[in-house]
Design a protein around this ligand. Structure first.
Ligand code: OOG
Ligand code: NI
Length: 456
């Protein structure tokens, strides 16, 4: 029987989860519909240029999910499930300090690493784990009760984990096991109808709505599923025109005439969903919670470390400005107006391709910049596949109705990238290294094709 490999498992999982989330949150279906319309419009307007940062097929299927778990043990299980789908932990995000509100989590993203895997299906999941031991958020007493509560729950059935491990060992699963794996995996992220202990949920909510969403319930769920759009300003306007309440702004760089870098994101406001509560006297009552929302994103060019430093400086400079046109002007003071300059200044990530049928006499020679200038190399931008602490904090925050509380006098728990890697029990990949390697490898191949010696 044919094996369903990690790529197909990932693509099928993204579709299954999208169907599940669409049933649970109908406004998500509207968002996807509007995103597809905007993408079709951009493709009609811009032609091949619309596909410079990914084919229309890829962009149409492209989603990221966001999930939140409570303990290191739960996170390690998530890593096993995603490994079966060729998704590997990449990047470390500490949202405890990035957000002004109380957001007691640290995060990574599970995603494919190789360019061809990303092209086949780039599904990625931003995954946060609760910092239940961090005294700035949780008193010793609350932290102990929280950890006891979390230790008792089981997010992923044993059968799912066993299938995940087998898929990794064998390079896939044959149906019907593949179908079972996908069904169990999706079900683990469905919204539970189990009644929520109201007093416990409220107690955690005093600290942070995110803490309550994670540690106040006995299961986990997709927090949001995000389609990618080629013109986020058009999408924002179209959603607003349909009467859907959006958050106040688009997070990230302003719209401007130069190359788009990294990420721009926005979302519609979290919707009230019916949830059941159990009160102290044991009575079960209907209520509602507002925790899940619909996010959408536009992806730009990946940046080098120097480019990222420039981005951070530009973001700080536009913070507090209120006019979009002012922001665009300030952005232009930080970033060059063309891709060619972005490459020349070593701010942006690109791959090169040898132009072997170039007309004209001279032999290829000189630096990469010379070869680009003389037409021996063609440069193509590399799309940013990751997340940003600043945008993530903005997304978390814009959907919290209450800032919660944090005691900045206390010392934070040491939950750094090394800690996270230990919990995951596998390498935690660094996005900058992945992009740099992609650039370097393209250069090695192109130079070889031009008959030039490898650069050291
Ligand atoms: C994750 C928020 C971060 C993004 O796109 O930056 C995120 C969450 O709300 O759990 O999804
Ligand atoms: Ni998101």
């Amino acid at each position: 029987m044919a094996t369903v490999g990690p790529t197909a498992l990932r693509a099928r999982f993204a579709t299954t989860l999208s169907e599940l989330y669409g049933r649970e949150v109908p406004a998500y279906r509207t968002l996807v519909e509007v995103a597809h319309q905007v993408n079709a419009d951009v493709a009609a307007r811009a032609g091949a240029d619309a596909e410079r940062l990914g084919s229309l097929d890829r962009v149409t299927a492209e989603r990221h999910g966001a999930i939140r778990v409570g303990t290191p043990a739960e996170l390690a299980q998530v890593a096993r499930v995603f490994a079966a789908m060729g998704m590997h932990p990449t990047g470390y995000y500490d949202l405890r300090d990035a957000a002004a509100s109380s957001v007691p989590v640290v995060s990574t993203a599970f995603r494919p690493l190789d360019a061809d895997e990303l092209a086949a299906n780039p599904f990625r999941v931003f995954t946060s784990v609760l910092a239940a031991t961090d005294r700035r958020f949780f008193s010793a007493d609350l932290s102990a009760r929280l950890q006891t509560f979390l230790a008792r729950r089981r997010l992923f059935p044993g059968g799912l984990l066993a299938l995940a491990d087998r898929a990794v060992a064998d390079g896939g699963l044959a149906d019907p096991d593949a179908a079972t794996f996908l069904r169990l995996a999706a079900a683990s992220f469905a919204l539970s109808s189990e009644p929520i202990d109201r007093a416990w949920y409220r107690e955690l909510e005093q600290v942070s709505a995110v803490a309550a969403d994670i540690g106040g319930v006995t299961s986990t769920h997709v927090n949001h599923l995000t389609p990618r759009v080629l013109d986020i300003d058009a999408l924002y306007a179209a959603m607003s025109a349909r009467g859907i309440a959006m958050i106040d702004a688009i997070q990230g760089p302003p719209r401007w005439a130069g190359p788009d870098v990294l990420l721009r994101q926005t979302s519609f406001r979290a919707l009230a969903e019916p949830r059941r509560f159990v009160d102290a006297d044991g009575s079960v009552v209907e209520g509602s919670l507002r925790v899940r929302f619909g996010e959408v994103e536009a992806r730009g060019i990946a940046l080098t470390r120097a480019g990222r430093a420039r981005y951070d400086a530009a973001m700080s400079a536009i913070e507090g400005l209120d006019g979009a046109s002012d922001a665009a002007a300030v952005w232009a003071q930080h970033f060059p107006a063309t891709e060619a300059e972005l490459w020349a200044d070593e701010l942006g990530i690109y791959t090169v391709t040898a132009v072997t049928d170039r007309a004209g006499g001279a032999e290829p020679h000189g630096s990469t910049a010379d070869l680009l200038r003389d037409g021996w190399l063609r440069a193509d931008p590399v799309v940013y596949e990751d997340f940003l602490p600043r945008s993530a904090a903005g997304i978390f925050q814009s959907n919290l109705s209450d800032a919660g509380s944090k005691d900045t006098e206390e010392t934070g728990a040491a939950l750094d990238a090394d800690w996270l890697e230990g919990v995951l029990d596998r390498p935690l990949h660094d996005p900058f290294d992945i992009y740099a390697a992609q650039h370097r490898e393209s250069l090695v191949v192109a130079r070889r094709q031009l008959g030039l010696p490898t650069l050291c």
